[in-house]
Design a protein around this ligand. Structure first.
Ligand SMILES: C[S@@+](CC[C@H](N)C(=O)[O-])C[C@H]1O[C@@H](n2cnc3c(N)ncnc32)[C@H](O)[C@@H]1O
Length: 189
């Protein structure tokens, strides 16, 4: 059954949290999952804001084992949906900002489906700090955006000493999106 009506229902009730007109396409979800480094599997991988689970499914198809996948979802409805549809996946009904207190360590990749551009800068900073506190050296923070510039503002990238790689545009998504992969450089200094 299509997950679109469920997604749209949440969008109407919580527009600022969902902040997208449709779930990610399969093409975007697969491209996000391909950003998990080969040597991060097996090992813990985090997904932020899974929604109806398009990227969750792509991460499992990429080879992440369900017990290695940790999803952080703020909406109780979406968290329940992921629990019921993806056996064995760890679902944390908690905001992404709480990732640092989860006890997770040595995470190979944080894959974010969060609407980062709709989130206030201090909260984005908390989310990035939490993510890089659990990522292992060389681990990646992956984020898609519909906007023309990197989804983390330059000031914050400089403050947190993040480098980034700009991926190709995924046209087969509503709207077209681009994937950015961020790495911490402080550990190299
Ligand atoms: C744009 S939807 C993306 C859903 C899915 N990842 C996709 O690509 O189809 C954003 C998701 O992030 C969740 N969300 C928003 N802010 C959050 C936060 N601070 N922590 C955890 N989840 C959050 C929303 O509930 C929603 O599921």
């Amino acid at each position: 059954m299509s997950d679109l009506p469920f997604f749209l229902g949440r969008l109407v009730r919580r527009p600022h949290e969902v902040a997208a007109v449709a779930p990610s396409s399969q093409a975007l979800a697969r491209a996000m999952a391909m950003e998990v480094p080969d040597d991060a599997i097996p090992g813990p991988v985090v997904e932020l804001g899974p929604g109806t689970g398009r990227i969750t499914r792509a991460l499992l198809e990429r080879g992440v084992a369900p017990p290695d996948l940790h999803c952080f979802e703020m909406s109780a409805d979406f968290a329940d949906h992921i629990r019921h549809n993806f056996d064995g996946v760890n679902v944390h009904h908690a905001p992404a900002q709480s990732l640092g207190q989860s006890g997770l360590r040595d995470v190979g990749a944080v894959i974010s489906g969060l609407p980062l551009l709709s989130i206030p800068n201090p909260v984005v900073e908390d989310i990035l700090n939490a993510s890089f506190s659990v990522l292992r050296p060389g681990g990646v923070f992956v984020q898609f955006t519909y906007g023309p510039t990197p989804p983390v503002p330059e000031e914050l990238r400089e403050k947190l000493r993040l480098s980034h790689i700009r991926g190709r545009r995924i046209w087969n998504n509503l709207p077209p999106a681009r994937i950015y992969t961020f790495r911490g450089t402080a550990e190299l200094a």
